[in-house]
Design a protein around this ligand. Structure first.
Ligand code: LRH
Ligand code: MN
Ligand code: MN
Length: 426
């Protein structure tokens, strides 16, 4: 299935007049307050978020998995699905592949397909948390941190292979997330595990092409429940510094203990020029990987406030690799991604409304109430007409979720692919 411009313009027709009224009203109010509405809309239009290849099928839990039907069963179909949401949202112009789940058979054909849908290849993700068929060594007791040199070597080589695959597709970064850790006290020597990990990462780093970066993801627990080698941003930051200037930390929103101040982490990493990438999701308890903005939208806004500040004030920090990393059991994955993209854009737009100069002045005066008023005034603004306008200008749908349903996308996918398909991945 492909969604044409005609389809989109058709579904937009009925909402155009009221969109125009809503947008004009909001733009007028914001302009009176001194906001540059045109600049904000243009930033929203340019903002692209990579879709992880593993989010296109229904996720699952260790207890079970329920298919959403019509799921993609090849890399090509996954890219086609991203093409569908990109044509509606104009915000999903990239894919992040997981190797070995998504090894291309025909590189030229995959590149051509993605190109035709305006989709770029973002960070490639390595996988040393599962044993692959016919693998010589097992990752049961860790990969890059393993006490066995042969296991570490296999894991290093896998990462180098992933770089090679990404290079052929035009990716420019490698994301490393390790499941390494221990389940019981005494199982691991913490220092040896960290030292082995650092040495292994340095070996991988040596194999990075000059214009690539390495993104080191952290996570406090799961699948190991007593200790994790790269448990927090400090460990990831330390390892990135040890590797060199092309290595950065990657923040995944779900990879923090409850009540962590993620916005402060983001801010400090950007000050130090070491925030390389971002994984969006939301959670109630831990790494729940729920729809972005579905549980803690104010926290998301505060994080974006720091991201916007950093993008404006920290030239020492590189452009960020933005990605959604969510996958669960109950929604149509494509509808879920559309909702996530909307929540990301909403938080970004609200953060762009914060008058940074006014906030700085209030901070210098220690006017705590005013500081809060400034942030909450931006947060309470209904910015959805700005998002719709950005999409309209880019050729997207005024309401991607309504258009998705009106066009009967899922039914068509089920017709084309059948009901009982299984996406490769988690
Ligand atoms: C780890 C994680 C990581 C990805 C994905 C498959 O929890 O979120 O970011 O590699 O799972
Ligand atoms: Mn992640
Ligand atoms: Mn995760």
């Amino acid at each position: 299935m492909k969604i044409s411009q005609n389809h989109i313009q058709d579904t937009n027709k009925s909402g155009l007049q009221s969109h125009k009224e809503n947008f004009d009203f909001l733009a007028n109010n914001l302009s009176k307050k001194g906001a540059n509405v045109e600049a904000i809309v243009s930033k929203l239009k340019d903002f692209q978020v990579a879709i992880p290849s593993w989010a296109l099928g229904a996720g699952g839990t260790r207890f079970g998995r329920f298919s959403f039907y019509g799921e993609p069963s090849s890399l090509e179909q996954k890219i086609q699905d991203i093409g569908l949401i990109h044509s509606l949202t104009q915000t999903a112009g990239a894919v992040s592949l997981h190797i070995p789940w998504d090894i291309p058979q025909d590189y030229a054909a995959v590149k051509e397909l993605a190109n035709g849908l305006n989709i770029k290849f973002d960070a490639v993700n390595s996988n040393t948390f599962q044993d692959q068929k016919d693998a010589k060594e097992t990752y049961k007791y860790g990969s890059l941190s393993n006490t066995s040199e042969a296991v570490r070597q296999q894991a290093i080589q896998h990462n180098l292979d992933v770089i090679n695959i990404g290079n052929q597709l035009g990716s420019k970064s490698l994301t490393v997330w390790l499941a390494d850790g221990s389940c019981f006290p005494g199982q691991n020597n913490f220092q040896t595990a960290l030292q082995n990990t650092e040495n292994s990462l340095k070996e991988i780093y040596k194999g990075l092409p000059a214009d690539w970066s390495m993104l080191i993801e952290y996570k406090p627990y799961e699948p190991n429940f007593y200790s994790t080698v790269i448990q927090d941003w400090g460990t990831s930051f330390m390892l990135a510094n040890a590797c060199g200037e092309k290595a950065y930390s990657l923040v995944d929103l779900g990879h923090h203990l409850p009540n962590s101040n993620i916005e402060q982490i983001v801010s400090v990493l950007m000050l130090k020029g070491k925030l390389g990438g971002f994984h969006f999701n939301d959670s109630k308890y831990g790494d729940d990987d729920l729809t972005v903005g579905s549980i803690k939208p104010y926290a998301l806004f505060l994080i974006f406030n720091e991201l916007v500040y950093g993008m404006q004030n920290n030239p020492q920090n590189p452009d960020l690799a933005w990605m959604i990393d969510a996958s669960h059991n109950v929604k149509d994955p494509l509808e879920d991604l559309i909702q996530s993209l909307e929540a990301i854009q909403e938080a970004y737009a609200k953060a762009l409304l914060v008058d940074q100069a006014e906030l700085k002045a209030a901070q210098l005066n220690n006017d705590v109430v005013k500081c809060q008023e400034i942030l909450q005034d931006a947060y309470r603004t209904d910015v959805r007409p700005l998002l719709a306008e950005a999409r309209r200008l880019a050729g997207g749908a005024l309401s991607p979720i309504n258009a998705y349903r009106a066009l009967g996308v899922r039914d068509t996918l089920i017709e084309e692919r059948g009901k009982h398909t299984v996406a490769t991945g988690l």
